[in-house]
Design a protein around this ligand. Structure first.
Ligand code: SF4
Length: 403
């Protein structure tokens, strides 16, 4: 009988940035040209080492994220992609994404070399179309450089382009956000990610938060709901809280996270969910390079998760997407009834936060705005159900179980 191969996504973290942005808490270091070759060597070694574990998988998504992957330059990026293509079974239609910042993606020849090597999706960190707003969050590019990068990407024949934007920036109004989003749509991307600004502890923006004028929650909610409506009217399908795409251009990489698919990450800080084990590498570039040489980089997380214990994740991640939760899938996958959620979901329906459609429960845009509270309510219902089942089992009553 022919073996059915499982699909796998690969994530390669490139932790270099020209300058740290004021709001960023990702693991990235100011560009260290003198460490790039050693780092690429370490990544390649580890890609080769992990490959045998993926021999029964097909790789249908490869994502180079960061940091700013384009800082590595096309030669190093192509070398890494070729190593992946050599050692993994990468499908012909695999989505191969490169994240880039506008100031490092304006060279058409570099982009053409990358596209010819197999990269077929470019994700650009646009963030705003207003130079003042860009400066206010410590971005080093300008709105003009976004246009140049998009032009270069088109000329290099990238036909799948994604733009990242942030709303809720210091001093931003609904009107200025509308201008940003309109400018982004005018650039004709296939995909848009629109994130609300989070002021993370430990960042420069956090330290000066008292002196900044951020739009309040109500203003941010207005920006979000306008975004959903505007993008819908312009042919973008909302498939997740913050992600919108033309039909067929949903990010395969992102969907792996939200549907509990398997992915293997490489590089300091990269996470994996592969072979029923969830693990992550320490956020330490030098430690990673030395660790690979010594037989394996240090892990900051390493946990084997039995399939039946993934119900919490399934609910949390499923509710982020427009496909929501399908009771039948829950019951087959976790061998328990979905009924415990119905009273809470019904309340959400009455308040306009959720709907039941085609046998699935999913959140509305208004519900996405309060998704954390809704997920909290769902997890309370799940916890209550588990408690009842344990008590029933202790009494010797197994009728509460489906099987
Ligand atoms: S470019 Fe991206 S990863 Fe680098 S500092 Fe800015 S937000 Fe962070």
């Amino acid at each position: 009988m022919k073996e059915e191969r499982k699909s796998l996504g690969l994530y390669v973290h490139i932790p270099f940035c020209a300058k740290k942005c004021d709001y960023c808490d990702f693991y990235s270091l100011p560009s260290a040209e003198n460490r790039m070759d050693d780092y690429v060597q370490a990544l390649e070694t580890q890609l080769f080492e992990i490959a045998p574990r993926a021999e029964h998988h097909v790789v249908d998504s490869v994502y180079f994220g960061g940091g700013t992957p384009t800082l590595l330059g096309s030669k190093r990026l192509v070398r890494l992609l070729k190593s992946i293509q050599k050692k993994y079974y990468v499908t012909k239609d695999a989505e191969i994404t490169l994240e880039a910042n506008p100031e490092s993606a304006g060279d058409f020849k570099e982009l053409r070399a990358l596209r010819r090597a197999g990269f077929n999706r470019l994700s650009l960190g646009m963030q705003s179309a207003d130079d003042g707003e860009l400066r206010s969050i410590g971005r080093i590019h300008t709105a003009a450089q976004v246009k140049t990068a998009v032009g270069a990407a088109r000329k290099a024949k990238f036909t799948n382009l994604s733009l990242d934007l942030i709303y809720g920036l210091p001093g931003q109004s609904l009107e200025t956000w509308q201008k940003n989003l309109t400018a982004a749509v005018d650039l004709a991307p296939q995909h848009l990610s629109c994130y609300g600004l989070k002021v993370e502890d430990g960042t420069p923006l956090f330290r000066r938060r008292e002196s900044e004028r951020f739009p309040d929650d109500e203003a941010q909610a207005e920006m979000y709901l306008w975004t959903v409506d505007y993008l819908h009217r312009h042919g973008f399908f909302q498939y997740e809280i913050s992600n919108f795409a033309r039909t067929g251009f949903e990010s395969r990489h992102n969907l792996k996270y939200w549907t509990l698919g398997e992915y293997a990450g490489f590089g300091p800080g990269a996470h994996s969910d592969f072979g029923s084990v969830r693990y992550a590498y320490e956020k330490d570039l030098e430690g990673y390079i030395a660790g690979v040489k010594a037989g394996g980089p240090l892990l900051s997380e390493n946990e084997r998760i039995p399939p039946l214990d993934r119900d919490t994740e399934w609910i949390m991640l499923g509710l982020r997407t427009v496909w929501g939760l399908e009771p039948k899938v829950f019951e087959n996958r976790f061998r328990r009834r979905f009924n415990c959620f119905l009273p809470f979901l019904d309340k959400c329906r009455q308040t306009g936060y959720a709907v039941e459609e085609d046998g699935r429960w999913h959140l509305t845009p208004k519900g996405f705005l309060v998704s954390n509270q809704i997920i909290g309510g769902m997890l309370d219902a799940l916890g209550e159900d588990k408690k009842c089942r344990e008590e029933a089992r202790a009494r010797g009553d197994f009728r509460v179980d489906l099987k």
